[in-house]
Write a new protein. Sequence first.
Lengths: 212, 466
Amino acid sequence: MQPFSNFTGIVCPLDRSNVDTDAIIPKQFLKSIQRSGFGPNLFDEWRYLDTGEPGRDNSRRPLNREFVLNDPRYAGASILLTRANFGCGSSREHAPWALADYGFKVILAEGFADIFFNNCFENGILPIVLEAPVIDGLFARACGETALTIAVDLTGQTLTLGDGESIPFDVHPYRKHCLLLGLDEIGQTLQHGEAIAAYEERRRQQAPWLFA
Amino acid sequence: MGAATLYDKLWDEHVVRYQGDTALLYIDRQLIHEVTSPQAFEGLRIHGRKPRRPEANLAVPDHNVPTTLRAAGITDPVARLQVETLVRNCAEFGITLFGMDDPRQGIVHVIGPETGFTLPGTTMVCGDSHTSTHGAFGALAFGIGTSEVEHVLATRCLVQRKSRAMLVSVDGALGPGITAKDIVLAVIGEIGTAGGTGYVIEFGGEAIRSLSMEGRMTVCNMAIEAGARAGLIAVDEKTIEYVRGRPYAPKGELFEQAAAYWRTLRSDPGAAFDREVHLDAAAIKPQVTWGTSPEMVAPVDGRVPDPDQMLDRAKADGVRRALSYMGLAAGTPIAEIRPDKVFIGSCTNSRIEDLRAAAEVVRGRRVADSIRLAMVVPGSGPVKEQAEAEGLDRVFREAGFEWREPGCSMCLAMNADRLDPGERCASTSNRNFEGRQGYGGRTHLVSPAMAAAAAVAGHFVDVRDL
């Protein structure tokens, strides 16, 4: 995984609650055995006016101009702003793969579904939970004539808006550490191989039926 | 030591080590299917890693498999490659696979309990959100992403923070004709689709204890639709008798030793929960969802809500969007909604008791002329075989249902079974999201008996009045 660097990016406002992972990446694209290439089909059913299929040339498909991702103001956005319970439903990691492939590095929301939240960190995406009034304020500014840009500082855990306003955010220290260093989390766990083996030995005595 | 919840007990039993407020949690069992595993196996190959305890995994293709003409194989080349990739990966890494032709093949969350691979007191994961199903056995079971599938394959562990504990107690006795599906839809209607976020929910109370193991699986299956990390139900003699004699369950003396431990898997009296929710079982009626989130649910004698009457503007906007997608006017009686298709199946409701309940309703009746397709997709090979031995396939066929091969089918419409744009479906599955059952499709979630009743009546109807 690439280390997460501080950056400044455009905010794309997706004004919906309970956006599920079926909406983020519809099922037909889950047949792929790759981790990459999902970006053009991110939010496929909202983004295009026709039905997408794997292998189709998406550049020729009719766009839904009403959908925020197709708004020229938000071209090249790397920060997604949304509402409550983002990423609910299916555990498909194809959802963060699609978001990352499109270019999103940060998601700001009132809340996230649990599995999706974990999947983001595995893919170098930083999901940030902010209070509802803060989210409301960001929507007000992101929907203006010119797009809102935010400087994201993971080290200092702050978001700095174009006008200099600064918003602090929380992130779990272990998650932050892994993101900043781009650590292979499996490699981290494998360092505890002895502890795992000792646990298995103890468990084998206590619950032999699990090892039969 | 103070009184512990069931969740506390399962958690403590599986902590390998703590690092700060996170734990390295040992994972006893992993179920694997074709959609969320190829990139995990590829990750192992890239890093030159091997599965730790390959025998602690069980794999099956279910999402992409056709439910017709199984012998003809999969016609979609992309889907076929994914299933073939699972077969190759399992062979390469020494993992037991129930292939497409195996009589034991079925939906991953049906075959786990059916084979005894799911055991009380275990930690269990799968790259599938409905892994919460297995919590019905007093197992800590939750869905994970593909990176975590790889993590478990390589290390048998996951880095986890402990969730908060919620008790959802369904008190008193259920009314006649009310099922596990109605309970869980009512719970989600009560606490909301994010109401369980950050929690593990233990379901308790007389109504839960009175459910069969299959009913309990239905309840825990949909804990994820309330946002919970996992659903749990205490072990009792029903749990133990269900597990006894299953192919992968311990045998003889070892079984008795295990059962003695399993009997301790319940919350201690006086154990503290971070949140408690109580529902009166007697007040639960047959439930029907009307919107695009499982929390958008009403009793069958209710009406679709009117967003103009709602004070919360964000909520009203959500309802307006949902009604527009669903093609429903505010205030429509639920009983006037007319499905075009009926789907009985999915990891929520495709077990033998579900099929019996639906068959009981359709026996001697006919699917209404207005229904374009009514289909039954058994959860597994053994479920199908059992149903056929009981003659249920004939009951369904004579009524005008199609009787299919096992798989996930129209729950998520990855295979050929799907809704066309604008089509309305009475479905026993778990999600009514936009496009879930096919682009533009409109899903109403119900119990198997209610789906069967809608099939014969041509509109939603209280199954107790049929």
